[in-house]
Write a protein that binds this ligand. Structure first.
Ligand SMILES: NC(=O)c1ccc[n+]([C@@H]2O[C@H](COP(=O)([O-])OP(=O)(O)OC[C@H]3O[C@@H](n4cnc5c(N)ncnc54)[C@H](O)[C@@H]3O)[C@@H](O)[C@H]2O)c1
Length: 350
């Protein structure tokens, strides 16, 4: 029988690529999302017989949702630093308590494996190069703090019947049906194309690990199949290469057809600065990223020129969430519910 995977945040930038990749690999998918960016990113797959779409907030998820699932991949979150700063308490309710609730519900439902989409942002301002997964975490933002706390809670649940692992993703780039132009490579590509200017925040010497969105999907696919003992209770850095932000700008400048000028944004320095090692994921489950920034820049620029990709408000995560928060009834503000753990065990309720 096909394995069934629930993916929370399935309608997002990574989720909409991952759903397609897992369907191609003969998995059945339960795509769980509030679809804050709409459900268009999954529209071309909607008729697929192995795909089920469920509109559900992770803050009110119940174990019953996962009872027919073998694995859960947890991607739902307010997905970057500026969005996390809009309303820190809201961010904690989704990114920390919502994700912990999802893990608790999955374990209770008898799900066998739980993969958590964490972020290399947990390293904050790294003091060394080639940070391994054992390096101390110094999260600088609310977003990064919630990643670190949720990750710790999820990994602590690892046990003989419930395997948990965290993939600490580098900053992602590349084309996706839910396009994000707030991610550094994608943003620089759009700006170069539209205005002939590439803006660098701070002095550009800060390091960023990077990875293509299709390689992230590959990493989740490999982690789904990895032996339980090899990955259980552990975190893995997922990335292709580390670059200084000024160097990313130079790559984009070379790769786009439009002649462009690199400029520096006024304002304080960007304190986020981390250079990460990727060897553990390769040694443990054979993950090696193979898509480059240059390929992605060329692909995005081609899609813009061919008008297959347009810059819409949903492509800018923080602006879109700010707009949703200004309009009542958009589903973002919800009261916290009783935690799954606080309910009676399923046997005792019978
Ligand atoms: N994109 C990156 O560069 C990157 C890097 C590191 C880690 N990550 C992590 O990967 C995950 C996915 O990122 P993404 O880039 O696809 O983000 P995204 O914003 O495109 O997708 C997140 C999805 O979660 C959904 N969502 C948000 N709150 C929800 C809630 N309360 N209930 C149900 N659904 C909800 C949104 O509707 C959206 O579809 C996030 O956890 C993010 O923190 C992303």
């Amino acid at each position: 029988m096909r394995k069934k995977i629930a993916i929370t945040g399935a309608g997002g930038y990574i989720g909409s690529i991952l759903v397609q990749r897992l369907l191609e690999n003969d998995f059945s998918i339960k795509a769980v999302d509030m679809f804050f960016f709409g459900d268009a990113p999954l529209s071309r797959l909607r008729a697929h017989p192995s795909l089920e779409l469920v509109r559900q907030d992770i803050r009110s998820i119940e174990p019953e949702l996962f009872e027919d699932c073998d694995c859960v991949i947890d991607l739902a979150a307010l997905s970057n630093d500026p969005s996390g700063d809009l309303d820190p308490e809201l961010t904690r309710s989704i990114n920390e308590r919502g994700r912990m609730r999802t893990a608790a519900a999955a374990e209770r439902a008898g799900v066998r494996r739980y993969l958590f989409a964490s972020s290399c942002a947990v390293y904050g301002a790294g003091l060394e190069m080639n940070l391994s997964e054992e390096a101390p975490l110094r999260p600088l933002t609310v977003y990064a703090q919630t990643c670190a706390r949720a990750e710790e809670a999820v990994l602590a649940r690892n046990g003989a019947h419930f395997t948990t692992a965290a993939l600490r993703n580098a900053t992602v780039f590349g084309l996706s049906p839910r396009m994000r132009f707030d991610l550094v490579v994608n943003q620089m590509t759009l700006n170069a194309h539209e205005s002939g200017r590439i803006t660098v925040a701070g002095d550009g010497t800060q390091w960023r690990p990077l990875v293509h969105v299709r390689d992230v999907a590959e990493a989740f696919l490999l982690a789904l199949g990895a032996p339980r003992q090899a990955i259980g209770g552990q975190a893995f850095n997922i990335g292709a290469e580390n670059r200084q932000v000024i160097d990313i700008a130079r790559s984009v400048k070379r790769a786009v057809a439009t002649p462009s000028l690199i400029t520096f944004a006024p304002g304080g320095p960007d304190r986020r600065d981390y250079h990460v090692a990727f060897g553990k994921a390769e040694r443990t489950f054979g993950f090696v990223a193979d898509r480059t920034i240059d390929e992605a820049v060329a692909e995005i620029a081609r899609a813009i020129r061919a008008k297959r990709l347009t810059d819409t408000p949903t492509c800018h995560t923080v602006r879109w969430y700010r707009d949703l928060l200004s309009r009542p009834g958009q589903g973002l503000r919800l009261p916290d519910l009783v935690p799954v753990e606080a309910r009676l065990p399923i046997a005792a309720t019978a």
